[in-house]
Design a protein around this ligand. Structure first.
Ligand code: SAH
Length: 222
């Protein structure tokens, strides 16, 4: 089906997504739900997948990468307990969908993407949609973005074997980080809170993300 240009149909699909996939599964943060009801996910989906943008699964975005399933996105955002004044680091911009949600929820978003072509497309789309509080940086996000640290929250959309030390170092006191940790086949979300300079880790849902590819640690065994 071709839905392009039909924004009221997309809006009703989006409202249904929020109700059936998010509220019904226990997502309660009203700000997260409102942001997910507002951000046009179909704009971030490549043309052939646009009519599936509000379905209950991830979507391919090229370069072997995916936009996460809406429920996983909502769960991660809710876990971060974001406040409007927060400054947030995102690792793995991808399509920019999660970046747009963050831009709706917090004061400032810094998003690092290693694929220059994805970063550029996301930057253009976010600007076209009117998001001004976002900076997309091309680079290895496993090193974070020290220039703008510390961050109130950090969210990572690709799985590492272990929590990258650079990200922990860029988390503010009281800051929260959520990221998938594990191998290609077996991963779990970890929610980390920095308390008195120490990371406190809570294990959360099992998940499956694309790998966090580090270009910086040359010679490291993958
Ligand atoms: N949240 C994104 C999902 C992107 S998929 C969205 O809403 O579309 C994960 C992304 O992480 C991919 O774009 C991939 O290129 C990127 N990535 C993987 N390793 C990375 C690294 N070390 N630094 C920055 N980005 C990385």
């Amino acid at each position: 089906m071709d839905f392009s240009g039909n924004s009221s149909l997309f809006a009703s699909l989006r409202a249904h997504m929020v109700h059936a996939q998010l509220r019904a599964r226990g997502v309660r943060d009203e700000r997260v739900l409102a942001a997910m009801a507002r951000v046009p996910r179909h704009e971030f989906a490549p043309e052939p997948y646009r009519d599936q943008a509000y379905d209950d699964h991830p979507l391919p975005i090229g370069e072997g990468q995916t936009i996460s399933q809406p429920y996983i996105v909502a769960l991660m955002l809710e876990a971060l307990a974001l406040s409007p004044a927060d400054r947030v680091l995102e690792v793995g911009t991808g399509s920019g969908y999660l970046t747009a949600l963050l831009a709706e929820l917090v004061a400032q978003v810094f998003s690092v993407e290693r694929h220059a072509a994805l970063a550029e497309a996301a930057r253009d789309l976010l600007a076209r949609l009117g998001y001004r509080n976002v900076k997309v940086i091309v680079g290895d996000g496993s090193q974070g973005f020290a220039e703008a640290s510390p961050y109130d929250a950090i969210i990572v959309s690709a799985a590492a074997a272990e929590v990258p030390g650079a990200l922990l170092a860029q988390l503010a006191e009281g800051g929260r980080m959520i990221l998938p940790v594990g191998t290609a086949d077996s991963q779990q979300l970890q929610l980390i809170r920095m308390e008195n300079g120490q990371p406190r880790i809570a294990l959360r849902e099992l998940c499956r993300f694309v790998p966090l590819v580090s270009d910086t640690h040359q010679g490291r065994v993958q």
